[in-house]
Design a protein around this ligand. Structure first.
Ligand SMILES: [Fe+2]
Length: 196
């Protein structure tokens, strides 16, 4: 469907988010399972509950607009989840480094959702859809809180990951040492540098 009016664009964006949230309900359990830190696992489990709620809030928004809830493939979320699942398959990361990578992937997802909800909330305001504004605002706040919680967990986990690197860089031998010499001097190897 081509959007001709702001209302149509609003509905299209809601369908995109509806698909994004549904994709996330499938990805979050895998992210929880792949996390070593119990706090990180708990954060993903909690966000899974919230995400199910985000799906039902969007259904309420559709109902308020007299629209059937319909998903339109969200390629952005699909790409972010694909990158995250590739990280989850990595088995040569130390557990803290892998957790740091998972947090980085999850924060990309949160920022994407924050942008998406910020947009539809503003559209709802412009269109005078007050019920939609408050429902979308609630979800937007939860996405921001999740992002904040992930930043706090990263503060702790990324330090643990970088401490692991100090010990590891002393064990590197031969060619690998030569190749990584510059970065190893800084106590990390470029290949294993955490993303977040
Ligand atoms: Fe969400």
């Amino acid at each position: 469907m081509k959007a001709h009016s702001l209302k149509e664009l609003f509905i299209e964006e809601l369908r995109d988010l509806y698909d994004a949230e549904n994709q996330l309900t499938k990805a979050l359990p895998k992210m929880a399972e792949g996390s070593s830190s119990p706090e990180l696992r708990e954060a993903f489990e909690e966000h899974l509950e919230q995400t199910r709620n985000h799906v039902s809030r969007l259904e309420k928004v559709f109902a308020g607009l007299g629209e059937k809830p319909k998903a339109e493939k969200c390629k952005g979320m699909e790409g972010l989840i694909k990158e995250g699942s590739e990280l989850l398959k990595e088995d040569d990361f130390d557990s803290e480094v892998k957790d740091a990578a998972i947090i980085g992937a999850a924060q990309k997802v949160e920022h994407y959702e924050i942008a998406g909800y910020g947009t539809v909330r503003t559209f709802a305001e412009l269109l005078g859809e007050d019920e939609a504004v408050s429902l979308l605002e609630e979800t937007l706040e939860e996405e921001k809180e999740t992002d904040q919680k992930l930043t706090e967990l990263a503060d702790q986990i990324n330090v643990e990951a970088s401490e692991g690197e100090d010990a590891e860089s002393e064990d590197i031998e031969g060619e690998e040492l030569e190749a990584d010499q510059q970065t190893a001097k800084r106590g990390r190897t470029s290949r294993k540098r955490p993303a977040a």
